[in-house]
Design a protein around this ligand. Structure first.
Ligand code: 8GP
Length: 836
């Protein structure tokens, strides 16, 4: 406030404040100025990359104004804010989104054309911000978009990884991981070298009595690493609200490097501290739905939680309010258990540093936090070894034990007859070594726990968190079904469809209230509308066919049925079921008569997704898909009837091309394993149908769009245990169709059979944990139904249009409003006019 411009000079200042571009010329002028001055390029030396940089810088100048204003307004408004803590923000590209959200893409298109560039080519120069693995990270990015678009005062907090998720290359059919260094030129981040926090690790705890006899606990010694803030603007759609995503980078606390060592000639070791500190934020762990318990990962978690908490507390303290007001000013949402240490850290700050009584502090903590669970897979539930925690965070371990003590006393009082329960719900698992169960801290330290789709939220209540429902009652547990932002996943990814819809609904209002799509149903019989719709789908398939041709060198027929499965490769997601189905189809085609072949709709089976580098089985699946592709795509006898494509390096920007181009997409997890899924929503919103199991959000999608518009198959979640049991006791027979597929693989049809033996044996001999055999027949029959249905193009089209019209529920705006009301208790802050 001391630095503000005096009242009399403010008019002069405002005269010079940059304004939004009112014409293509104004945009071009700024872009060219940046290219020539900021980037030192000339008109003889300006390629598409430079054009991208100039465009991004010109837009960023505009965003910054809204961003500053929003932050000012939020500070002055003095109302409750939301902090979304996520180790992953899978943002993808920013430029296109920024242009669309501020409503200036057409201005830029014209301006770029005037200086000799096509906007589509320019947009493609941007490197994806790939700070996430998959669904959980992309959900966080959609939520940021919705929070800004709905004017919620909200910040994201994450880590600024120097390397995002690795780039995937396919070499001889195998996945190879290549580092993703994405920070060469990143106009979207603002380093805040003045905003730093010292973060402590290791050391010991010192306890003593002060003069008044009060016990003081201090965490002393150890080492300090510095957190530096990097801010990223998050523009809302059709609103001046621009929120902030703060990412922390790590750096040695003791300045550049150790000068004493340097001066005494030990140059190399003098930079070692620096490097060790920087390692903390160096790389995103590439596991999806798997916990590996590495020390550096725990360091990342504490580093990020402590820096974020310090920042949040500092902001609160500026308001000069009493601590009792904290949870009415601050809501913190934990995206999975990764930020659970924030609970312990806030308790430590309140008790050790601010001198609050334990109970008072704990009350504040519980009222502040909410926890979202994203998986029931046991291998993904985070646990940290007690010795590791003791070594790295000695004071936090004490606090964890104390939290546990009070919690278990409470349980004991209320369930005196159930001694076993104590062991089950304890935060400490009595194993060798003992482990800290992070989900238990997250539940005990939050006021609400939510799952991400109805089935999933029910499952956590009846399985992994069952005891906690008894302890706290059912109201602590709730559901917020996931959603996606229609700005990126319809308007940006499928501009022509967005325009067509807008032309019928009288504008783009549906992008802010997606339920408005329901009015499309009244156009379902409109001939011209249907024709335009089909043409758009075809054009989107041509666009994907071009990507496939460029990347894989394979020509695919855009008139064929495009059948797509893109997501992380995981046994529970069952890409193996899909590729076995493809082999089954290939074998069937080989046996068909020419007449039968004529009747079959040509297909392109498209796969994409990364396998965690240490996940051998997932890598085997990728290898098999590529081997099958090699055989099928070169089989002249099959021709266009079947093509099998593995698209390398699936990421957000590729998803924007892939999702609008499907006829069918596959969401075929073993029932009860996929918490929600979000690409299922993206595909349907873009006019594709889905084949899926009764799992995750597929169930709610079915309820919304109607069961005639979705191809469901397979066993239900409630039957899974029994089926698994039957496998273990040999009370089942391998599906005969699947057996033929295995014979083909074993016979070497797709190369060395040994390469795939683990995959096959896992099903035949080792219990078929994901029930591939049990679902295989119904999967194949359902694909036959799809072939039949696709022949009737008119009916197919009706299903697609009807489905899109009924997808309004799956906007992430709806999710955010639900979180705001049920969990955060925050209100939107209506933005003030620019210049206010
Ligand atoms: C995913 C779930 O698997 C998916 O069903 C859900 O749609 C998505 O979260 C968003 O809720 N879970 C993860 O991505 C996940 O657990 N990632 C690991 C990095 C922890």
């Amino acid at each position: 406030v001391e630095a503000s411009i005096p009242e009399p000079q403010r008019e002069a200042w405002k005269k010079f404040t940059p304004k939004p571009f009112t014409s293509p010329d104004e945009f071009s002028k700024e872009a060219v100025r940046h290219i020539e001055t900021t980037l030192a390029r000339s008109l003889f030396n300006c390629d598409e990359t430079a054009a991208y940089s100039g465009t991004a810088l010109a837009f960023r100048d505009r965003l910054v104004l809204d961003w500053n204003k929003t932050q000012q307004n939020q500070t002055f408004a003095d109302q409750k804010r939301v902090y979304y803590l996520s180790l992953e923000f899978l943002m993808g590209r920013a430029l296109d989104n920024a242009m669309l959200n501020v409503g200036q893409k057409e201005t830029a298109r014209q301006g770029l054309a005037d200086i000799g560039f096509r906007i589509e080519d320019v947009i493609q120069q941007e490197h994806d911000a790939a700070l996430g693995n998959g669904g959980l990270g992309r959900l966080a990015a959609c939520f940021l978009d919705s929070m800004a678009s709905l004017n919620y005062p909200a910040w994201g907090y994450g880590l600024r990884y120097r390397y995002g998720i690795f780039k995937q290359e396919i070499v001889d059919g195998y996945q190879v991981e290549v580092p993703d260094y994405w920070l060469d030129f990143n106009p979207w981040e603002f380093p805040r070298h003045d905003i730093t926090v010292d973060i402590q690790f290791y050391g010991h705890v010192n306890r003593f009595q002060d003069d008044t006899g009060k016990t003081i606990t201090q965490w002393e010694g150890g080492e300090i690493v510095q957190a530096v803030a990097y801010d990223v603007p998050v523009p809302g759609y059709d609103t001046p609200t621009c929120n902030n995503l703060r990412l922390w980078g790590s750096k040695a606390a003791s300045g550049e490097f150790d000068f004493q060592k340097f001066n005494s000639g030990e140059y190399e070791s003098s930079v070692a501290d620096q490097q060790r500190a920087e390692t903390i934020s160096a790389v995103l762990y590439p596991n999806d739905n798997l916990d590996r318990g590495k020390e550096l990962r725990l360091k990342q978690q504490y580093f990020w939680c402590a820096a974020s908490l310090y920042d949040i507390v500092r902001r609160f303290k500026k308001t000069k309010r009493a601590w009792a007001d904290f949870s009415s000013q601050v809501a913190i949402q934990l995206n999975d258990t990764h930020p659970t240490l924030a609970i312990v850290e806030l308790q430590r700050i309140l008790v050790d540093q601010e001198g609050l009584e334990w109970d008072e502090a704990w009350n504040i903590v519980q009222n502040t936090f909410g926890y979202t669970n994203h998986t029931v897979l046991p291998e993904a539930l985070e646990k940290w070894s007690v010795p590791l925690m003791q070594h790295l965070l000695p004071r936090h371990l004490q606090i964890i034990y104390e939290i546990n003590l009070f919690f278990l006393q409470y349980v004991e009082r209320n369930f005196p007859k159930d001694r076993e329960m104590l062991g089950r719900v304890s935060i400490i698992e009595e194993s060798q070594p003992k482990m800290v169960r992070m989900a238990h801290i997250a539940i005990v330290g939050s006021h609400k726990v939510n799952g991400v789709a109805e089935l999933h939220s029910d499952l956590i209540k009846t399985t992994i968190f069952k005891d906690f429902v008894k302890i706290y009652g059912p109201d602590k547990f709730t559901n917020v079904t996931n959603g996606i932002t229609p700005r990126r996943w319809l308007h940006q990814a499928n501009p022509k469809l967005s325009e067509l819809i807008a032309s019928k609904l009288g504008g783009h209002g549906f992008l802010k209230d997606l339920t408005g799509l329901h009015k499309l149903e009244s156009f379902v019989d409109d001939k011209d509308f249907r024709k335009e719709w089909s043409e758009i789908k075809y054009a989107n398939k041509v666009r994907l066919a071009k990507l496939i041709k460029d990347a894989n060198g394979v020509t695919v027929n855009p008139a064929a049925l495009f059948d797509i499965q893109v997501k992380r490769i995981h046994e529970y997601k069952r890409q193996q079921l899909n590729i076995f189905g493809v082999i089954h189809r290939y074998l069937a085609i080989k046996e068909m008569s020419p007449e039968e072949r004529k009747k079959l709709a040509p297909r392109v089976s498209i796969f994409g997704g990364k396998a965690a580098p240490g996940y051998w089985m997932a890598k085997t699946v990728i290898h098999l898909i590529n081997q099958v592709g090699k055989v099928v795509n070169n089989d002249k006898d099959v021709g266009d009837l079947l093509k099998v494509i593995f698209l390398e390096d699936y990421n957000v920007s590729k998803a924007e091309i892939i999702c609008p181009a499907s006829d069918i997409s596959e969401h075929i997890s073993t029932a009860g394993t996929e918490a929600s899924g979000t690409s299922n929503m993206k595909f349907v919103l873009n006019g594709g149908l889905i084949i899926g199991t009764c799992d995750g959000a597929n169930i709610e999608i079915t309820r919304e769009i109607g069961e005639n518009n979705i191809f469901l198959f397979g066993n239900l979640a409630e039957d899974v245990d029994e089926l698994r049991h039957a496998h273990l006791y040999g009370e089942y027979t391998l599906d005969s169709g699947l057996n033929k597929v295995f014979e083909a693989i074993r016979g070497g049809m797709f190369g060395d059979a040994n390469a795939f033996s683990a995959l096959v044996n896992g099903i035949v001999d080792h219990g078929d944990y994901y029930l591939v055999s049990d679902d295989f027949a119904s999967y194949c029959q359902t694909h036959d139904l799809i072939d039949e249905a696709y022949k009737n193009q008119e009916e197919w089209l009706t299903k697609c249009i009807t489905s899109v019209a009924r997808m309004g529920f799956f906007s992430s705006d709806r999710c955010i409003d639900e979180y705001a009301e049920m969990i955060w208790n925050v209100e939107p802050l209506v933005p003030k006019e620019n210049g206010a």
